[in-house]
Design a protein around this ligand. Structure first.
Ligand code: 1HE
Length: 268
């Protein structure tokens, strides 16, 4: 099915959403942001994990600079645009369903803000990152000061923005912008195949555990230690009531469960 700037399909319990404006390097215009919001607001209940991909050589070139230029937005108008991005990306990060972003080529400006809202970032070796807003006379408005800064630190984000430099995939991997790098001699599998196999693995976790992982850890990071420990206990108590807890624990008790062993990476 095509909703215009996005293509969506399902592979079992994995939802796949693909940015489909490769001719514009998947730049994010108002309607793409609305479609992202719609997609993550209306996920069918059987979807356990979402993989977010992009057509073409580049994941996303950020804000649609042509639309922004042509609209000559005032301060309040652009504040509203930023709030729409925040709402859409919040649904990715806090919607309760694990989201894996599959990156290639440019992941820049708003493209990096979008990738930063995902819980796992799998990158093709061609991937590079930048925050060129300073060079365009604008500022981040899609959540980078919160999400990207939390990943790489405020200090590194300031340096990236002031210089507008390109962070290559080796550095991006080292500083946490990518969790996995694919299409390399060490990991020759494609980023898309790798992301899909991670998605299938994650979909097998208990639904409520995944929900707790993707909704509570980031929220608890915003709390005081006292509040965080209380919230963690509450979350654990809720997860504990999940339907398959007893059978999963029983598998361990009767020695049928997989053990946690060295070398058990998330490899395909
Ligand atoms: C675009 C955009 C865009 C490409 N908005 N149309 N983002 C940037 O500063 C990145 C700007 N883009 C680039 O640096 C390059 O396009 C790329 C490195 C991503 C790709 O280069 P390349 O050589 O493959 O493609 P191209 O020839 O530059 O672009 C192909 C077409 O995509 C062309 O349109 P055409 O009609 O002339 O064919 C480009 O104009 C178009 N295109 N990027 C609109 N970004 C909420 S605040 C967020 C703030 C930001 O995101 S600032 C960062 C903006």
């Amino acid at each position: 099915m095509t909703i215009s700037s996005l293509k969506v399909h399902e592979v079992g319990s994995v939802g796949v959403v693909t940015l489909a404006r490769a001719h514009k390097r998947n730049a994010l215009d108002d309607s793409t942001i609305r479609e992202i919001d719609d997609y993550f607001s209306n996920l069918p209940s059987h979807i356990r994990v979402v993989v977010m991909m992009a057509e073409g050589d580049h994941f996303c070139a950020g804000l649609d600079l042509k639309e922004h230029h042509d609209q000559e937005r005032g301060a309040v108008e652009f504040l509203r645009v930023c709030q729409a991005w925040h709402r859409a990306f919040d649904k990715i990060q806090h919607g309760g369903i694990p989201v894996i972003a599959c990156l290639q080529g440019a992941v820049v400006g708003g493209g990096l803000e979008l990738a930063s809202a995902a819980h796992i970032r799998v990158a093709d070796a061609s991937t590079y990152f930048a925050l060129p807003e300073g060079t365009r006379g604008i500022f981040t408005g899609g959540g980078a000061t919160v999400r990207t800064a939390r990943i790489i630190s405020a200090d590194r984000m300031i340096e990236m923005m002031l210089t507008g430099r390109v962070v290559d995939i080796e550095e991006g991997h080292r500083i946490g912008l990518a969790h996995y790098v694919c299409n390399t001699p060490q990991n020759p599998v494609s980023a898309q195949d790798f992301a899909m196999s991670l998605a299938e693995r994650i979909a097998k976790n208990a639904f409520l555990s995944n929900y707790a992982i993707v909704t509570s850890i980031n929220k608890i990071a915003d709390m005081s230690a006292t509040d965080g420990l209380f919230a963690e206990g509450l979350m654990a108590a809720v997860v504990q009531t999940g339907p398959d807890v007893q059978s999963r624990l029983n598998e361990f008790v009767v020695k049928k469960a997989r053990k946690v062993k060295p070398g058990e990476g998330a490899t395909v």
